[in-house]
Ligand binder design. Structure first.
Ligand SMILES: [Mn+2]
Length: 303
């Protein structure tokens, strides 16, 4: 069913038919043992943009191999159909992410996939279950402490998307160009031993219009949540991780895996938190280095 649709859509051998069967294939990057993973009640991730060079697949693989949850929400723009239609790009690491997600479903994680605008081709499958993954247009999530959150991708409230679809495509092309630049900058930084740095995150904070757009977007989404009588909203789409109170409504944005590399998580008691994975990796590596040094020191003294 998916194979035929996507074959036509991409004019290629098809992404879905090439999807790995986690029982029969192994990922190119071997999975770390699931034991010892940090366990959350819920994880929300979005805007992965598989099928584009902008996707930070390595960081996402690292994340998926170190955390677990009872429920995982994929909050849209997981696969970038807009880009794949232009140019077929599907490296092994992107398949490894699909493998890890399908494997989680098999191990019993509840997975809810809410397609976004870049993967809108999956919206027609709303209500269906695909490999243990529920496809929804939106969802309601009840936290452990009894708050009700509306979960959606968020392009529904993007005024640029709604009134000027062509402008959204132009913006996408510019954004894609900038992400290409971002990759070059970070390849250089990596070679110099410098940590990951987001070009567009910096640019966004510098550009007044972008800040105004983001602020307005957050308010529109929060208002829509208030109209539905929920306590808050979780969305993605604008690639800007955020937690704000807007009037009495909790606004949460789970960020993206193109620039910020963020996830939103809910702990067992209902507390929620935005994770910035590059910072988590930096902290882990500093700790490992310190432990290695501590382990080496007594030996040096003894010698
Ligand atoms: Mn989007």
């Amino acid at each position: 069913m998916f194979g035929n649709y996507l074959d036509g859509e991409f004019g290629n051998s098809g992404v879905i038919s090439a999807f790995p069967d986690p029982d029969r294939h192994e990922p190119a990057t071997p999975e770390r043992s699931p034991e010892g993973r940090r366990k959350y009640r819920t994880i929300w991730i979005s805007d992965i943009h598989l099928g584009t060079k902008g996707c930070n697949a390595e960081l996402l693989i690292d994340f998926l191999d170190r955390v677990d949850s009872e429920t995982l929400y994929l909050v849209g723009d997981i696969i970038d159909g807009w880009r794949l239609k232009k140019k077929f790009y599907w490296p092994a690491a992107h398949n490894d992410i699909v493998w890890r997600i399908l494997k989680r479903a098999k191990r019993g994680t509840r997975i809810v996939y809410i397609p976004g605008n870049h993967d809108e081709m999956f919206r027609q499958f709303t209500g269906l279950n695909f490999g243990g993954i529920e496809i929804r247009r939106a969802a309601f999530h009840d936290t452990a402490d009894g708050r009700r959150l509306m979960v959606l991708h968020g392009d529904e409230f993007d005024t640029v998307m709604l009134s000027h679809r062509w402008l959204a495509f132009v913006g996408d092309a510019l954004y894609h160009f900038m992400m290409g630049l971002n990759n070059w900058v970070n390849a250089g930084r990596k070679a110099l031993g410098l940590p990951y740095w987001s070009l567009s995150r910096m640019a966004k904070h510098k550009v007044k219009n972008a800040v105004e757009f983001i602020g307005k977007y957050e308010e529109v989404v929060a208002r829509a949540a208030a109209e539905r009588g929920v306590d808050g909203v979780v969305c993605g789409h604008i690639h800007t991780a955020e937690h704000r109170m807007i009037d009495d409504i909790e606004y949460w944005n789970d960020g993206d895996w193109v620039e910020g590399c963020n996830a939103l998580v809910e702990h067992a008691d209902g507390t929620m938190e935005i994770l910035h994975w590059p910072e988590e990796i930096a902290r882990r590596e500093a700790q490992e280095a310190a432990e290695a040094e501590a382990a080496a020191t007594p030996a040096a003294v003894a010698a």
